[in-house]
Design a protein around this ligand. Structure first.
Ligand SMILES: CC(=O)[C@@H](O)[C@H](O)COP(=O)(O)O
Length: 267
């Protein structure tokens, strides 16, 4: 029997049972992608409208995504300008028949760093056009605030540049961001290990989006499972309320006073 999840992820008013989102690129085979998705059961699958490959390959890829029955989150990967991102988003909405868009506007091709100056403008227009915009951004607090100001109901700060697998490179800024803004935040890009995902979930992030760490693992299916478990563990730890670290040692078993077995013997 399925028990209702009272801790579902809610984005733009929609509930998702999982807090893990997966990318669909760079898997060794379509079968590996399918099996990884079946193992991880992600909330959404992101795919670039501008995928490389022949028209035939494209058609069978989209058919496979449909078969997986996981909501598709089209993305604007490869877009470098506001207009390009907006046009691509509108095409994606027609192709996938969905209001969701992962908004990427790349500002630097070497680091794949989001164009923080133009991202807000693109997001504002897309929100006005009725999209559910999930902007891929840096962990800069003021940028994230501006994205929220223009109507983004959730944001996706990076942990590290796409494909690096370095994990959160700026823990201080990420934790500050989490404390300062009260919107759903999904950490997108740069996670390499399940422990990275667990860490950001412990900090209170609402979910993670990742691709390379699963797709490029020696065993993508097993790694997909490991990430799904890590995301759930990090979320549970966050909700459980962690102890505060201490400077000095404190015995976890009190040894002072009368041992409890002493009373038992006297009774
Ligand atoms: C697929 C996708 O959207 C990536 O651009 C995303 O940002 C994930 O990054 P990693 O591959 O570093 O997990």
């Amino acid at each position: 029997m399925n028990t209702p999840n009272d801790d579902a992820l809610v984005l733009y008013g929609q509930r998702f049972e999982s807090r893990l989102l997966l990318g669909t690129a760079r898997y060794p085979s379509p079968a590996a992608l399918q099996a990884a998705v079946q193992r991880a059961r992600p909330a959404m699958l992101t795919a670039a409208l501008r995928r490389q490959g022949s028209i035939e390959q494209g058609k069978s890829f989209w058919a496979m995504l449909k078969e997986l029955q996981v909501p598709v989150l089209p993305n604007t990967a490869g877009c470098h300008s506001v207009q390009e991102a907006i046009t691509t988003s509108h095409m994606a909405r027609e192709v996938f028949d969905t209001p969701w868009i992962k908004l990427e506007v790349i500002g630097d091709d070497y680091t794949l760093q989001p164009d923080t100056l133009n991202l807000v403008q693109a997001a504002e227009q897309l929100v006005r056009d009725g999209f559910y915009v999930l902007p891929y951004c840096t962990e800069d607090l003021v940028l994230c605030q501006r994205l929220v100001d223009v109507g983004c109901q959730a944001i996706m700060p990076w942990a590290a540049p796409i494909g690096t697998g370095r994990g959160p490179v700026n823990p201080y800024a990420m934790q500050t961001l989490r404390q300062r803004l009260d919107v759903p935040m999904l950490v997108d890009a740069g996670l390499g290990l399940p422990s990275h995902a667990c860490q950001v979930m412990e900090w209170g992030f609402d979910g993670v989006l990742l691709n390379t760490a699963v797709a490029q693992a020696a065993d993508p299916v097993r790694m997909a499972g490991a990430f799904a478990d890590a995301v759930a563990a990090g979320r549970a730890a966050h909700l459980a309320g962690a102890m505060q670290p201490r400077e000095s040692a404190q015995p976890s078993t009190p040894v002072l006073g009368t041992p409890f077995w002493h009373h038992a013997q006297e009774a």
